[in-house]
Design a protein around this ligand. Sequence first.
Ligand code: FES
Ligand SMILES: [Fe+2]
Length: 431
Amino acid sequence: MLSVEENALISQVGSGTPMGNLMRQYWLPVATSDELQADGSPLRVRLLGENLVAFRTTSGKIGLVDHFCPHRGTSLFFGRNEEEGIRCSYHGWKFDITGACIDQPGGPEENNFKSKVSVAAYPCEERGGIIWTYMGPRDVPPAMPAIEANLSGGASHVSRTLRYCNWLQALEGDIDTLHSEYLHAPAIIDVSKLTPGTGMYYRHRLRDQFKYEVKDSPFGTSYGAYRPAEEGTTYWRLAHFLFPCFTMTPTPAAGSSQAIRMWVPVDDDHVVFWSVEASANERAGRTHQYQDDTTDWLGRHRPVQRVENDYLVDRENQKTESYTGIGGGFVMHDTMATESMGTTMDRSREHLGASDAMIIRTRKRLLEAMHALEDGNVAPPGVDEPSVYGTRSGWMILPEGADWWEGSADLRTAFVAKRDESEAVAALHAR
Ligand code: FES
Ligand SMILES: [Fe+2]
């Protein structure tokens, strides 16, 4: 298990930190295409602790630059989006999307001072309605990850929620399988009313009787949580952590989902949770409401339910309807669970047990990758193998005693047709 100091190291992602350096090896989602308005207004974006400004140029390219003008520091958020660049509204210095200063009114031409100044700028690519950026050290960025949910040909279906805690603390909720039997459950479970053969049925019928296997996988870590299904079969819940801050959860029936969840660090105390699917999915749990957006760094994707209003907990509902008494679906349950630990929880006070094996493994893998990069300049998992991201997760039925990783190979295969939920359940039983 990691020490308190090591846990702090893998949580902090600011500029110059070891974990921040690891994060900067990867492409990260920064905004959706439709957020960069046709009128050219710049957008404030904070990513990995850096305050940036995103804008779409006259020819449609994306710029992502430090908001701090290198002349005297006026924020480029207030800049003018002009022909293929952004011009600071204080003294008119103009920068292109590479960060080069391409116009500097008022300076003698012979000084050529403008070639000596630039603003930090990060390359962006737009894919399936999502704008990705690479903030890393390579002159030629690595290939983008082959994420099925973002490569379906059409626009990805995206929802986002700002969470007021450290990114890793929030992400760990996704690889903590035990909580779904409690946090997201009804207040009272009547097993006789569950539909036999469904995921809910297997999960709740033998609620506490699961065992757990974890492994390193090419993209990060994976777990299989299992318990008996029918005579001679086992119910498995398979889920993944994918470097550097992505997850795939065990909730869908295997084969019915082309989805990824991305926990993109805003700074050490805030994370934007991205839920991305290839096609629209009406699965329950996305019913929370948002506050009106502002243009602030932290002004978008803010849920109405916050710690300040106790997430609108309803104690009567908690007795009769839902385990938490918190409405707004799974995302709000998870938000309460991970924010109420404190912005960055005091890990010296936690007590990890057998059911936390995936969290323990994932932290260790992050730490090892961080050290390998720091000490030996070893590219972390997935950076130079974008195809490893082509995978899926979900629950499945396997013959009793079958190897879960081998036995799930076909169900983990991405870039094949997806089934709808009931077809996928039927197919799992027919295998
Ligand atoms: S502060 Fe930006 S041009 Fe002077
Ligand atoms: Fe959850």
